[in-house]
Write a protein that binds this ligand. Structure first.
Ligand code: AKG
Length: 292
């Protein structure tokens, strides 16, 4: 029995690799998130370089703060943390990948108006291969997401295809050009919707997003999680500080020390470029943008 998703939604996720749950969250939750973001923007006015909490855009200034990403927001924002453990987030995830869930990471990607950075095409699984692919990312749309402000874009069904080569010049670049691997740009779909909606995408789904050229921001809070029996393959970019620490990342259900194996064409994201661990920096290794 599912908790919140219909049989059709579950079948659609399995076939296409993504779902959009329109207006899933109450307005108060979104308002609390926006309030916390304002707090981080104030904090960033005193910063001239990124730190472990806030990653800055190139044109950031004290007068016009521009944050590219809030890192691990569940560790520094009560409302992000409370939402993470709520059924708003966990019930749809349980319907898709089972009752025992472990957090991989959280991030709040902020595409500021007329500036917000591209996220090149990639598969999350290329960054963090695991023993099975019951892995997904839930995106909380904090602003209305429309064509003009850099929505998340996906290639439907691509989670059933290969794990593509995300290397450039022998170094992991965390991205690839869809045209080079035979994906037709016309097949890409924009996940647009009003604030308070959730996007859900499978860990192997090819996705990315264009620059925000509009006059308004596009902020999405991502919760990335996996079935508790998906264990990172050595060389994965998953943080691993031992089993005790790993078990602190349980979101619900029971942990296990018995990984479930699935026959997936795994590639290891190594060697890594000598850049800070940030998707934006890693993807600079790609010689051409997939969004030009
Ligand atoms: O913010 C986006 O549009 C995409 C985010 C993403 O895919 C990532 O950060 O891995």
């Amino acid at each position: 029995m599912s908790e919140v998703l219909t049989t059709e939604q579950i079948a659609s996720y399995q076939a296409q690799g993504y779902l959009l749950l329109e207006s899933h969250l109450p307005t108060e939750v979104i308002e609390d998130l926006r309030e916390d973001i304002r707090r981080f923007e104030e904090e960033s006015r005193l910063m001239s370089a990124s730190n472990e909490r806030l990653e800055l855009e190139e044109h950031h200034s004290a007068e016009q703060p521009r944050i590219r990403r809030i890192r691990l927001p569940h560790t520094i924002s009560d409302c992000v943390r409370e939402l993470m453990y709520s059924d708003y987030i966990l019930a749809p995830a349980r319907d898709l990948i089972g009752p025992d869930l472990r957090l991989h990471t959280t991030k709040l990607n902020m595409k500021s108006a007329e500036n917000g950075a591209v996220v090149e095409w990639h598969q999350d699984y290329a960054f963090y291969p695991h023993t099975n692919d019951d892995i997904l990312a839930i995106g909380v749309l904090i602003d209305d997401m429309a064509s003009e402000n850099g929505p998340l874009m996906v290639y439907p069904g691509s989670h059933k295809g290969p794990v593509y080569d995300h290397h450039a010049d022998g170094v992991f670049a965390g991205a690839f050009l869809p045209q080079r691997v035979g994906l037709n740009p016309e097949d890409a779909v924009e996940l647009t919707g009003p604030s308070g909606s959730l996007s859900i995408h499978h860990g192997r789904l090819v996705h990315g997003s264009a620059r925000n050229t509009s006059a308004r921001s596009r902020r999405v809070l991502f919760y990335e999680m996996m079935a508790a029996d998906a264990f990172p393959i050595s060389g994965s970019l998953t943080r691993w500080d031992g089993i005790e620490d790993y078990n602190t990342r349980m979101l619900c259900g029971e942990p296990t020390i018995s990984p479930r194996l699935k026959d997936i064409p795994i590639r290891i994201p190594q060697p890594q470029a000598d850049v800070p661990i940030s998707i934006y920096e890693i993807q600079k290794g790609l010689s051409k943008s997939g969004f030009d």
